[in-house]
Every structure is written in structure tokens, then in C-alpha cells.
Design a protein around this ligand. Sequence first.
Ligand code: GCU
Length: 600
Amino acid sequence: MWVALAFVLLPLPQSGARAQGALIANPGGRASQSLVGKWQTIIDPYENGYYDYRYQPSPNGYFKNAKPRDKSDLVEYDFDKSAQLNVPGDWNTQDPRLLFYEGTIWYKKSFNHARKPGTRLFLHFGAANYAADVYLNGEKVGRHEGGFTPFDFEATGLVKDGENVLIVKVDNRRLREGVPTVNTDWWNYGGLTREVSLLELRETFVSDYFVHLRRGSTREVTGWVKLDGQRLRQRVAIKIPEVGVEKVVETDASGYAEFNLNADLRLWWPEDPKLYDVTIAAETDAVTERIGFRTVEVRGADILLNGRPVFLRGVSIHEEAPLRGGRAYGVEDARTLLGWAKEMGCNFVRLAHYPHNEQMVREADRMGLMVWSEVPVYWTILWENPETLESARRQLTEMITRDRNRASVVLWSVANETPLGEARLRFLTSLVKQARSLDPTRLVTAALERHYEGERTQVIDDPLGEYLDVLGCNEYLGWYDGLPAKADGMAWRTVYKKPLIMSEFGGDALQGHHGDELTRWTEEYQESLYRHQIGMLKRIPFLRGTSPWILTDFRSPRRPLPGIQDFYNRKGLISDRGQKKKAFYLMRQYYFELVNGSRP
Ligand code: GCU
């Protein structure tokens, strides 16, 4: 029963039509108490803190934070004498014993709180990989599955004045029915990998909103606001002070209202990433957001940004901390990774293969990089399993809900390298439909595969392409398929009159390892591969973007080759130590030529 019921567990005071766990927009812009820092932890590979010896959920699990009442009392765990881990942070890179650990770790954080009348309290998690059971003062608050999206649980009825004990059971075991499933080419970093906080909100607050330009318009701003609480009928003002615009609307009985307003706005471009302060002010609450205004559309094989054809000069990125390793989080990591992409001449990044942390997309807004954001529907998940579909749909909803106000995000991707088949097509088209219903303003894509037609033609005719706005395609000519020169004279054809983004291409090289162009793992082989690739890419008439695999080397359990990989995928254009490889400069030259028609 627990697996099915992902949310409602706490007998909370009913207020408004709020589903427990529904996301609160812009948690970083709210009054809150941060819960980051050192947490006490218990490593529990046998889930002894959850199940009794009959493998039944125990009412006296570690979530009770029990202490011996007297010298004879038997308690076989003690958070306060146990090791600590940093939050945010994966556990794998914080303790060498945990590098390969997959299982349960219990996290405990004590915090003091002084309750304020008329406030509601929500526990906010930026993400926890993979399944998180959350307890406050010994009571179950909620459960969340999915390692890369945020979740909020109302805890108004549980937070005490004074000391509170928050306990989270985090389990990163890979599940066949999970999203992703058991085989991926990235490290299964576990833990409370992103920020944790206690949001202090008004009794009736602005829970969500969407503010964007109407498609095809450069002046008409439209969207909606949603309140949560008792007082759902309110006057709400949408303000853009910098351009002297304010629009007041009335929310309905469910706390919902739509709006339209006109404004003379400077549009958001990668070259000029203009952001505005936008305030949503209800009678009982207000929240301010930094928003850029732009439109993105397709017309035939063109991608139009603000009505103008654009080429997406990109790179793929995993959410791994530069230099330090482990899961990236926070502004600094984002600035370093996106800074390297900018240095390469990028105006676009593919954040693979799961939603990255919120700071990453907010920095992309600020730095001027368009974003491809993806749910981890990766390789061969269980297409016919209803729980798997439900999990994918929920992760898609959480991704779009969190980032729908980010100008930088232009593409939602519903899948990566998934095998053809009826069940898969049904599964993925339902995600495409859902993405469009949640957000009709952005483009939908997926990383598809190609097949040969004869020996010299690559064809993209995956039936999923029919439902996408933009085709993504991963190809490894010159690495998994032949040698670099195989790309020469290779033609590309698609049955769709749609833009193509070559979402992955590349090959491995150990930085500093040199040899001739045909010696694998050398920088020269990788450079040669890119040279041949760029020649081929320039000849694809419907190509409108590229995101080579990948910006930096990253950890993968599938890459054991000693002395070369050592559990790193070495396809980075930059090493895991921040050293640029020869191919980096070739890609940069190609991008500068695209912009300036000449060398850098
Ligand atoms: C695949 C996959 C990546 C993987 C890459 C590789 O295309 O999408 O996740 O890392 O190939 O093999 O290096």
C-alpha cells in the first residue's frame, strides 16, 4: 500500500483544494528556515530501522528517534552518536565506504522553531534520490519517489514550538519499475542531494503562477495565478514595476485566475538575457520572481526564438560538481559548468538526463543559455507498468511546475534512447500530451535513435517523431560505430519536416593521453572524431542545434577500464579536473564560425 500512496499521510487541517505534496512555486523566494548543514545519519542496508524481523513495517522504527529511558532500556541505535553527512550532498562522495553504496540511509536533523500565528509550515526538499520517507517528531509526513525533482509536505499540524526532530529515510536502490530503471550510464548518487527548508507561508498564500508572453507576441503577457488556503477569492495584482505595468484580477472559488496585460518589454535573448522583477501580490500574500520574456516556436525545420530563426549551439551536461565531483548543487557549481559552456561559444545546454537543480536553470536564465530539460525516461524502462507511467508523469509534472517560469528553458524532453515498440509509443505520447497540457508555450522533444539506409545514409523516422516539435538524435559515428572518418560523406534523412538537434555525439579521451589520431582514448582520436563530425553536421540541411556528449568527464559504474576510465565516462571535452581537451577548442571554433562566419 505504501508504494501506491505517494502522498497523503498526515491528518492536517483542511484548507483550500490543496493536494498534499503539490509543489509550491519559487520556494527560494519565500520566508523560510534553512535546514541545510550537518545531519546525523544511520546507514541501514537491511532497512532494520523500518522493518521488524518479520519484514513488517515496525511502529517503532528509527523515525521515532528513541532514547533509552533508563539503564535497562534496550535501544540499538542512536542518531546523535552516529556519523554526519552534509546536506545538500550525495553520500557517495562524502565517505569512501559509501562510494558504491545503494540502499537506505536515515537522516536526522533537529531544529528549533518559534511558531507564528496565522502561518502554515511546509517541509521543502529540492530533491532526494530515489525514495524518501519523511517523518517529523515521530509522525509520518509523506513519501516521494524520483531523485531529481522537488517536493513539499505541509507540516503545519506537526511543528512544535521549540525543538523539532526531522527524520528522512532515503533509499537509492535502483528499481526495475523505476524512472530511471536499473541500468544507466551515470552514478547512482544517493541522499538528500539538494536544499531542505521549512517554508513559513501565510494562511492563504500564492501557491503557483505562470507568467509568459503569448506565442507570436512580443508585448502581450498572459498567464494564471493560484492561491492556497481559506480565503480563495481575492484581488491579485500582477506587477512589472520596471515597465510601470500592473494588472489586477479576481480569483475564483478555487483560488484561480487568469490574466492578460500589455507591456513594452526588452525580450530575453542568450546574448541579452534580460530579466524583470515580477510580483504576484494577493491581499494576504505576495511573491516576487525574476522572469525573462521570450517566445519559442518551430516553423518547418526552423526553431524561432522571439520570431527569429536560431541555431542552438550547445553541449550536454550531467549534474556533477566540477572539480569536487559528486552531485552538483548551488549557484557556484552552476556558474562554473555554465561558464565553461559559455566559453565554448554555447547559447544552449542539454541538461541530461534528468531535471538538474533549480540554481542551474536560474543561472541559465541569468547567463543567457537556452535549456533542454529532460525526465529520466532512459533506455528500457517498463513501458507497460502503470506505476512506472505514474512515476514518469509525476516527475514530468514536477519538472514543468518548478521551471515553467524560466525563460531559459525552451525544450521539455520526454525520453532518451528508448527502443521502438507500441507500448513505448503509447507511454511516450501520453507524456508528450501531458507536457503540452501543462505548458503550451514550449517545445517538446526526445533523444531518438537513427538507423541506416544502405551504408551511407542515416535515417530518423522513429514514429515518436510525429508527436514532437523538435527531433533529438544521438549518434556515435566514429566511436561505437566505426572510426572517425565514417562520418565523411554520410547523409542524413528524416521523414519529418522538423528541426533536428544532434543531442549526442562524441568519443572518449583521457585528458593528457596523447598518440596518433587512430589510437583510442587519446586526445588526438577525440579531436579527429570531432573534426569529421563537424564536417558531417555542416551538411545536414535540417540541423538546428548540437549538444555534443559531453561537457565534462563524469562518473559511471559502467566504465571500469583501469588507467583510462576508472569508473569515469571520458567523453568530456573537459576532464573531471577542469582541464580542456583538444576537441574542446575545435567545438569552440565551430561555434564561433556559426556566430561570426569566421575563426575566434
Ligand atoms: C548514450 C547515453 C548517454 C551515455 C552515452 C555514452 O547515448 O544517452 O547517457 O553516457 O551514450 O555511451 O557515453
